[in-house]
Design a protein around this ligand. Structure first.
Ligand code: CTP
Length: 401
C-alpha cells in the first residue's frame, strides 16, 4: 500500500522491547513512522534505537522546548494518519477512557483526530479486571480498534491472555485500519498453493507453487474488509492477518474444503495449483525398496482429479469466480480456451517460462483475460500489487451487478 504517516506510541510495559521490531516492520512496508514514548516506556526501550530506526527524533516530553520546537504535540497529533499504541498498558487504556492528558502520549491521544489502534499487553489478571474491560468497552464504543492481547506465557510468570500480538500481526492490522473497506460485506474464498498427492505414507507428487500469490490475495481482501477464508494446499506460509485458514493438502481434500465453503462465498478466487492427476492407490505404509519388483521399476497408476474450478463454475449463480492459468507457451490463447472451457468470470494468466515471475518468487507478471476476449497485460509487480489490481477489477465487476 502507499506510504502512510504512523505515530507509534509506546507505553511502559515489558512488551515495549518488541517496539523496535514493530517499527522496522512498518518502515519496511514503506510507512513514515514517528515515535512517542511515555517516561515509563524509556525504562524498557532505548529512544536511540527508535530514533535510528525511524530516522526521526523521538518525542518524550510534553514540555521540552527543543522537542516541541521540531514538532509540537498538536502538530504531532495532526500529522498522524494513524496512532498505534504498542504496547498499551492498563494505565494508558484507563487514561484514554477517561480523557486524561498528563503526559505527551495521553495528550496526543486526546488531541488526535486520526484513527487509533491499541495493542494491549499486561498481566492476565490486569487484563481481565472489570476496570480494564470496562475501559476497553468505552474505547471500542468510541471507535478505537484493539489488536490482541494473545494467550500464552507472560513475562510476569502467569499464563493466559495478556501477551502483545507479534509485531508482524500488529503491522498488518495497522495497514488494515488504514485501508478503505471497499470489500465490506463480501465473503471471499481463496485457494492457494500446490497440492501434494500421496504415493505412500511419506511420499507425495507435488508442484512448484509456493502459495504466495493466493496468500497475498487473501491478505489484501481481508485488509479491504472482506470476510476471507483461505483454503491452503501444501504450503507452510503463515496465515495472513484477519484470514480464516483451512488446510487442504491434496486435490480431493481441497475439493471437499472448497465445496464446504462455497455456499457462503460471494467471490471465489482459485489461485491454487491443483494437481491434475493423483496416484490411484496410495499405500498407507512406507513403500520399501525390497517391496519393489525385480525389474527395479516402480509404476504408479495415476487417475484424473476432479476439476474443482469447472465444477463450481457450473453452480456459481451470482458469485464472481476467478481462475488462474500457469502457461509455458501460447499464454493468451491457452488462457482463453481455459476460460471458455471452465466458464469463469476472469482468468489470471502468467507465463511460467519467465525467470523473474511466477513460482516461488515474490513478483508476478500477469495478464487478465476476460470473457469478451479483452486482454490486459500488467507490468511485473510484487504479488501484493497483483492482488490489489485483481481485487480492484473484481470490485468493479461486483459494482456492475
Ligand atoms: N483447477 C482446479 N482443479 C483442478 C485443476 C485446476 O480447480 N483439478 C483450477 C486451478 O486452481 C486454476 C485453474 O483451474 O484456477 C487452472 O488450472 P490448470 O491446471 O492450469 O488448468 P487445466 O484445466 O488443468 O489445464 P492444463 O493442465 O491443460 O493447463
Amino acid at each position: 500500500m502507499d506510504s502512510r504517516r504512523i505515530l507509534l506510541a509506546i507505553t511502559g510495559g515489558i512488551a515495549a522491547y518488541k517496539a523496535p521490531e514493530l517499527l522496522r516492520a512498518l518502515r519496511k512496508r514503506g510507512h513514515e513512522v514517528r515515535c512517542a514514548l511515555t517516561p515509563e516506556a524509556e525504562r524498557f526501550v532505548s529512544p536511540l534505537v527508535l530514533q535510528s530506526l525511524s530516522g526521526r527524533t523521538v518525542r518524550r516530553d510534553l514540555f521540552d522546548a527543543g522537542e516541541e520546537g521540531e514538532i509540537d504535540h498538536i502538530g504531532l497529533a495532526d500529522w498522524a494518519e494513524l496512532v498505534l499504541v504498542a504496547p498499551a498498558t492498563a494505565n494508558l487504556m484507563a487514561k484514554m477512557a477517561h480523557g486524561l492528558a498528563d503526559d505527551l502520549v495521553s495528550t496526543v491521544l486526546l488531541a488526535t483526530r486520526a484513527p487509533v489502534l491499541i495493542a494491549p499487553a499486561m498481566n492476565v489478571h490486569m487484563w481481565s479486571h472489570p476496570a480494564t474491560q470496562t475501559n476497553l468497552a468505552i474505547l471500542r464504543s468510541r471507535g478505537v480498534d484493539c489488536i490482541g492481547p494473545e494467550a500464552g506465557e507472560l513475562a510476569c510468570g502467569w499464563e493466559g491472555l495478556g501477551r502483545m500480538s507479534d509485531p508482524a500481526t500488529i503491522a498488518a492490522a495497522a495497514e488494515a485500519r488504514l485501508t478503505p473497506k471497499s470489500l465490506a460485506g463480501e465473503r471471499v474464498l481463496v485457494t492457494a498453493g500446490g497440492t501434494a498427492e500421496p504415493i505412500d505414507r511419506v511420499r507425495t507428487i507435488t508442484n512448484r507453487s509456493s502459495g504466495k500469490m493466493g496468500f497475498a490475495i487473501a491478505a489484501e481482501a481481508a485488509r479491504r474488509g472482506a470476510e476471507v477464508v483461505l483454503v491452503a494446499g501444501a504450503t507452510s506460509l503463515e496465515t495472513p492477518w484477519g484470514v480464516r485458514r483451512v488446510d487442504a493438502p491434496s486435490a480431493l481434500a481441497m475439493r471437499d474444503a472448497v465445496l464446504a465453503e462455497f455456499e457462503a462465498a460471494s467471490i471465489v478466487i482459485k489461485a491454487a495449483a491443483v494437481a491434475d492427476f493423483r496416484p490411484e492407490a496410495p499405500s498407507d505404509r512406507k513403500l520399501k525398496k525390497e517391496d519393489l519388483p525385480e525389474s527395479g521399476r516402480l509404476q504408479l497408476e495415476l487417475v484424473q482429479n476432479p476439476d474443482i474450478l469447472a465444477e463450481i463454475c457450473r453452480i456459481k449463480g451470482a458469485r464472481t469466480v476467478v481462475g488462474f492459468a500457469a502457461e509455458s507457451h501460447d499464454v493468451v490463447a491457452a488462457a482463453q480456451r481455459k476460460l471458455a472451457r471452465k466458464g469463469c468470470d476472469l482468468i489470471v494468466a502468467n507465463d511460467i517460462s519467465r525467470e523473474d515471475s511466477g513460482f516461488e518468487v515474490d513478483r508476478n507478471a500477469v495478464l487478465f483475460v476476460w470473457p469478451d476476449q479483452q486482454v490486459e497485460e500488467l507490468p511485473l509487480l510484487e504479488k501484493s500489487g497483483v492482488a490489489a489490481q485483481l481485487l480492484d477489477r473484481i470490485e468493479k465487476l461486483r459494482a456492475k451487478r
